[in-house]
Design a protein around this ligand. Structure first.
Ligand code: SF4
Length: 378
């Protein structure tokens, strides 16, 4: 029997400080709580793999995300990776990504991560223009991203992602173009470009509500998305998902698992899992997480066994985000299952979804409304 690929996501819930736009679950990094967390995480990796991973099911990707994993000491990250290796069979070509804020790494850290088998670094650059970073309350300066890229290369990394955001309050089109061209000059193998969204209960949302910051210009965001596609295509980056671009052969294997409805185990507070048609998540609270593991319980909650129809729904909604799309018969079967025939016909008539050669995908215009379309098809 062929076992489907399996990914492992590790959530490190710490940052040095919270950016104004960020709504992720995280805690401000303190050494004491980080030490306790790493002990709990190592315990969880042992318990979760015993309970959830069939022997011989190789892991094709490991992703340390957050938060900012690199606020932990390199020795802690290496210990986590070593525990993963001792508990789980990693495929020989396993992709192992570590996310980093550029200000939190050094040459020495990068060499240690490389030697521990990390194959891919992902730096949260966000912008290549200092005044843009100030506008969204993202600590640090552009020079740190430039240094991080240079040091990562010197440490041996070839596969490096830069995360960018666009559509900040008052950000001009010129500034966005500069971010893109300055990023390209650093020659990452992968670029993620996310439209800034205003999440409730963030400092950015409060600033906009109190008129301390202008509201986002959605029309300009659409133009910026278009410009990104043109500039990045001309530089040899293929768009393979709504927000993701890669040089040929460098698409992120771990994130592709999410968009192809593949299976993954998540560990760490708030991490989500999808295994054998069941979705479950970990408690998004560090104290409750640590207490559960101290009592030798997995910190899981919100378990949902998906029916075949729900599994197809998720495969359709995630898969439409991919440039390669999904088999059209899946889209139409899902429409029948959920009584979405009219809305699906409208999305096709409005050219928000396009069908070609038996496959369906979001059109260029549809990609700009990916979240709204997902809600309509849910
Ligand atoms: S560094 Fe990333 S995870 Fe941390 S607060 Fe900023 S956006 Fe959120």
């Amino acid at each position: 029997m062929i076992t489907p690929p399996l990914g492992l996501y590790v959530h490190i819930p710490f940052c040095r400080q919270r950016c104004d736009f960020c709504a992720f679950y995280l805690e401000i990094h303190r050494e004491g709580r980080a030490t306790t967390f790493v002990q709990s995480l190592i315990q969880e990796i042992g318990l979760a793999t015993q309970q959830h991973v069939a022997a011989g099911h190789p892991i094709q990707s490991v992703y340390l995300g957050g938060g900012t994993p690199t606020v932990l000491a390199s020795a802690q990250l290496v210990a986590i990776l070593s525990e993963i290796r001792s508990r789980l069979p990693l495929a020989s070509d396993c992709e192992i990504t570590v996310e980093a804020h550029p200000s939190t790494i050094s040459m020495q850290n990068l060499v240690q991560l490389y030697q521990a088998g990390v194959t891919r670094m992902s730096f949260g650059a966000e912008s290549m223009v200092d005044s843009d970073l100030t506008r969204i309350g993202r600590p640090g300066v552009v020079e740190e991203t430039v240094t991080a890229m240079r040091q990562a290369r010197a440490a041996g990394f070839i596969n490096i992602n830069l995360d960018l955001m666009y559509g900040f309050p008052s950000q001009s089109l010129e500034s966005w173009k500069r971010s893109l061209t300055d990023c390209i000059a650093l020659q990452p193998t992968h670029l993620s470009c996310y439209a800034l969204t205003v999440e409730p209960d963030t400092k950015l949302a409060a600033n906009i509500q109190r008129h301390r910051s202008p509201a986002l210009d959605e029309g300009l965001q659409i133009t910026m998305d278009d410009v990104a596609q043109q500039i990045l295509a001309a530089a040899g980056y293929e768009r393979y998902e709504v927000s993701n671009y890669a040089k040929p052969g460098y698409a992120c294997r771990h994130n592709l698992l999410y968009w192809t409805n593949g299976e993954y185990l998540g560990v760490g507070p708030s991490a989500q899992s999808y295994l054998g048609g069941t979705r479950f998540g970990n408690v998004a609270d560090l104290t409750a997480y640590t207490a559960a593991l101290a009592a030798k319980h997995l910190p899981n909650e919100d378990r949902a066994i998906l029916s075949k129809e729900e599994q197809l729904r998720d495969a359709v909604i995630f898969g439409l985000r991919l440039i390669q799309g999904i088999p059209s018969q899946h889209l139409h079967q899902h429409a029948t299952n959920y009584g979405h025939e009219t809305v699906t016909a409208q999305l096709l008539a409005q050219h928000l979804i396009e069908e070609d050669g038996g496959r369906s995908k979001l059109s260029a215009h549809g990609r700009l409304q990916a979240d709204t379309i997902a809600e309509q098809l849910y």
